[in-house]
Write a protein that binds this ligand. Structure first.
Ligand SMILES: [Zn+2]
Length: 428
């Protein structure tokens, strides 16, 4: 009996090994393919860093990335069609889409690349976002002929001016993410982090029109447009007492009159409203607009206001997707103890993708803690050896997690149901 059960156990173990071997083998294949691509990707990273092309002008960077993806066997298309009111001409010339089909039908994993620079060069390290994604694409390319589904690589330009809608907002509206089951991106920083929080944001521009008059001789003949602006600010400030802690409303006066002895006939203020989730942001935004309307009523200065064309959403936080990345990072030597959330939060056009599809962003450490994004120090780190090592690790983690989503239907199902559930909970 005992002998028999040992035999059974051994048989089960052998069976488990046989079943598990392909996955192990593929993991090893992915990792070695990433390592093999390391030298050429580092060269790509250096070139993009040196070219430092700003948003909508990343022609050389996008061209080089497309060429590298073609060499890996991806079907690449550029000149993506997008709404003409977001990108002049309706063509995103520095965006691209690369696709690799696997063995038969299955899920679609999407990896986003960014490559736009700032006035002080690649001080946000987007050259490393591009190349960590390229490394992941190289790793996945090695196993797709035996893996169901497909890999999409989307080149998303113009992130830094994302609030204008030229980057991911335009590509999303153009339908270029369609079919994605899960989306990955990375970002260099002063730490390793899986903190997904970004603030949703909507801007509002209020113009008040009154009637000018001599401010001393005949003020009773005028309507003071500046009063409309001032009352809007006061009203917004009285709202703050009852707003959720994460909600930020900040405004500036863009026009406030020309001369002190003339009642201002035109005044204007711009506000930005932000919150940790999109529904709460929309709610607060509606209250800000009501403040301007109240100011119109109260001052008789006419309000001119138009809903903004573009707003930024905040990503839905999908715990099982974060867990997948966390587990892969552990196997690559980045343990939980090295992960650290951010104290300060901002907005990005990444949020619109993370609101539409289950998305994960992996922050990887290229500089000492406290190094600010957009600083010259971060720019230097984005071309350093240390920075490159972390980029390779990030590329590997994305490739492995993407592979897990392609090959584990239960995990992908968990990711998608969590995404839906969390989206329904917004604003509550
Ligand atoms: Zn950035």
């Amino acid at each position: 009996m005992r002998v028999h059960s040992i035999k059974t156990a051994a048989a089960i173990m052998l069976l488990c090994l046989l079943v598990a071997v392909p996955a192990w083998a593929d993991t090893a294949k992915i990792l070695s393919a990433v390592d093999e691509a390391g030298t050429s990707c580092r060269d790509v990273s250096r070139k993009i860093w040196e070219w430092k092309e700003p948003g909508q002008k990343e022609f050389k960077s996008a061209g080089l990335l497309k060429e590298e993806l073609r060499k890996l066997g991806y079907q690449v298309s550029g000149d993506l069609t997008v709404p003409a009111d977001l990108v002049p001409g309706g063509v995103a010339k520095t965006a691209f889409r690369a696709e690799m089909k696997g063995k038969g039908p299955g899920p679609t994993v999407t990896v986003m690349l960014e490559y736009d620079a700032l006035a002080n060069g690649h001080a946000c390290g987007h050259n490393l976002i591009a190349t960590s994604g390229l490394l992941a694409a190289a790793g996945l390319a090695k196993v797709m002929k035996d893996t169901p589904g497909r890999v999409l690589v989307i080149g998303t330009p113009d992130e830094e001016r994302g609030s204008l809608g030229g980057g991911k907002v335009a590509l999303l509206e153009g339908g270029h993410f369609e079919g994605s089951d899960v989306v990955f991106i990375t970002h260099p920083a002063d730490r390793w982090s899986l903190d997904q929080r970004l603030l949703a944001m909507k801007r509002s521009l209020f113009t008040f029109r009154g009637k000018s008059a001599h401010a001393a001789a005949a003020p009773h003949k005028g309507v003071n447009a500046l009063r409309g602006v001032l009352l809007t600010f006061n009203c917004v400030d009285s709202l703050r007492e009852h707003l959720r802690q994460d909600i930020r409303i900040h405004g500036i006066v863009t026009k406030g009159g020309e001369r002190v002895n003339v009642v201002p006939a035109e005044a204007q203020a711009e506000f930005a409203t932000r919150a940790l989730d999109t529904a709460a942001m929309e709610d607060a935004y509606g209250k800000v607009v009501n403040c301007a309307r109240a100011a119109e009523l109260g001052t008789a200065a006419q309000l001119e206001f138009k809903e903004p064309r573009v707003s930024l959403k905040s990503p839905i936080i999908v715990a099982p997707l974060i867990t997948s990345l966390r587990e892969q990072m552990k196997t690559l030597g980045v343990g939980d103890g090295q992960l650290k959330d951010f104290d300060e939060l901002a907005s990005s056009d990444l949020g619109v993708v993370g609101y539409a599809y289950p998305t994960a962003n992996l922050w990887f450490k290229i500089a000492p803690e406290g190094t600010a994004l957009h600083s010259d120090a971060l720019r230097e780190a984005a071309s350093s050896d240390e920075g490159w090592k972390a980029t390779v690790t990030a590329g590997k983690a994305v490739a492995l997690s993407a592979y897990e989503m392609l090959t584990s239907p239960e995990k992908l199902k968990d990711v998608q149901s969590t995404f839906k559930e969390m989206k329904a909970k917004e604003g509550k």
